[in-house]
Design a protein around this ligand. Sequence first.
Ligand code: COA
Ligand code: MG
Length: 301
Amino acid sequence: MTDFDRAQLRRSVLYVPGDRPRAVSKAETLAADAIIFDLEDAVAPGAKADARETVRAHFAAFPASDRERVIRINALSTPWGTEDVLAARAAMPDAILIPKADDVADVLAVADALDETDAAETMRLWAMIETPRGVLNAPAITDLSRQSGARLDCLVVGTNDLAKEAGMAGVTARQHLHAWLMQIVLAAKAGGACVLDGVFNDHKDAAGCAAECRQGAEMGFDGKTLIHPAQIAPANAAFAPAAEDIERARRLVAAFASDDNAGKGVIAFEGSMAELLHLKQAERLLARAAAAAQRERSESP
Ligand code: COA
Ligand code: MG
């Protein structure tokens, strides 16, 4: 079982088009928790080979990074998929992102390709849920995160493709997607996987982006996928634990640790009941807060 470590930060996950060398190297200097180097939708058919080469050269020049790095390949059913898998596997990112995952077989096919080489032993798989079949099969896909060897530890929602595939249009599309987004969040939580919200398209609308980041956090997403550097700060803020929640978690941990409560499974805390599950929740929140604070220290000049 690869159960996603909830202390790991994936608040802000930035896509960068693989065929833009300047943006590819700039991405490593930004404050995103993770970067997705894209070979798929952001790259035109005529630029696929260029993108693959740019990403290969980037990983060769910078084999290590202090943030998580993911390569999004084209689906194996496309003319570019197989070459993408081989190139991504050789580049040694932390994970490969599989687009348009319709069912379990789409994930296992890439897992099989990684199993062919010991060098990729620790490489994880992320799966995009962005088709109607993907939404319906999200529970089975996420269940892979419980199987050793399946490598899956993150679902990424593709809101643009999903709205398109479902025939939704206009500015209200997200509103109509809500029921399905919550189904995907539920599947991820049941399977122990991380789940990331889709992108906010209007990168010049700062207030709109911040509001959608907060909404994603309220819905239970662990972070948001992003398209522009300006979206990183609002995502980091929205998905980091709030100051009052950190303080409350500290008080709860201290209460459980007090002599009076030693060995107890349930305690009275600030006028309500707290069980061991609340303690665990508080400890995870503090771990995330510590990781966020450490990242801030390492990013500040
Ligand atoms: N990652 C890293 N750097 C990025 C970036 C990204 N996603 N988007 C923009 N930048 C950089 C630009 O290279 C530029 O850097 P520079 O000043 O050093 O040259 C700077 O940020 C400002 O960019 P800006 O001029 O505001 O944006 P743009 O017009 O160049 O690009 C987009 C706008 C939307 C085309 C671009 O942000 C983009 O391609 N985003 C990703 C799209 C994507 O991957 N889609 C697939 C998943 S949905
Ligand atoms: Mg897509």
